[in-house]
Every structure is written in C-alpha cells, then in structure tokens.
Design a protein. Structure first.
Length: 95
C-alpha cells in the first residue's frame, strides 16, 4: 500500500500547523478546540517537528515550565518520519 492510497480517508478538518515560536499555551488551546492530540510544527513552511500531548506533559508540565513563556521549539519532537505519496507503508516501517 502506498501513502497515496490513504487519500480515501478524509481528514476530519483542515490540517492545523504552528510555527516554532508559538507559545505552548496557544498550541494546547488549539489542540483542545480542534479535538486533536498533536500539531505539526513548521519553520518557513518546512516541517521541523511535532508537539503532542505527551510532549506537553513530559517536557512542560513535569519540568514545571510556564506554558505562556515556553515555545513549541522547546518541547517539540524533532526526530520525525516523513513520506511522499509514492512511498509504501512497508518501506516506511522497515526504515
């Protein structure tokens, strides 16, 4: 199966992305309001990471950081896997 085969599964809503300098408090509100568990983080329209609920808990809450003063770039997961529409799921899993 190719990534392009996944097009038949439509997104519930538009894709939400945030810039790396956005405060985590705003990202958390966006996640709550859209009922999503993670938001891709970009810089100059390039994907550089993702902020998930787990990132917020482990890298912000448990470390006692202020969500209004902490930015996405400080807590995001930056070791991410990307794919093109022509990639196969089997190839992605094996890498």
């Amino acid at each position: 199966m190719k990534i392009s085969d996944l097009k038949k599964y439509k997104l519930k809503s538009e894709l939400t992305i945030c810039e790396k300098q956005r405060p985590v408090s705003e990202i958390a509100r966006e996640m709550r309001d859209r009922n999503i568990g993670a938001i891709p983080i970009t810089e100059n329209n390039k994907l550089i990471g993702i902020v998930s609920e787990r990132d917020i808990v482990t890298r912000l809450v448990l470390e006692g950081k202020d969500p209004d003063l902490t930015t996405a770039s400080e807590i995001m997961t930056s070791d991410i896997l990307t794919a093109t529409e022509e990639d196969t799921i089997d190839n992605l899993i094996s890498n």
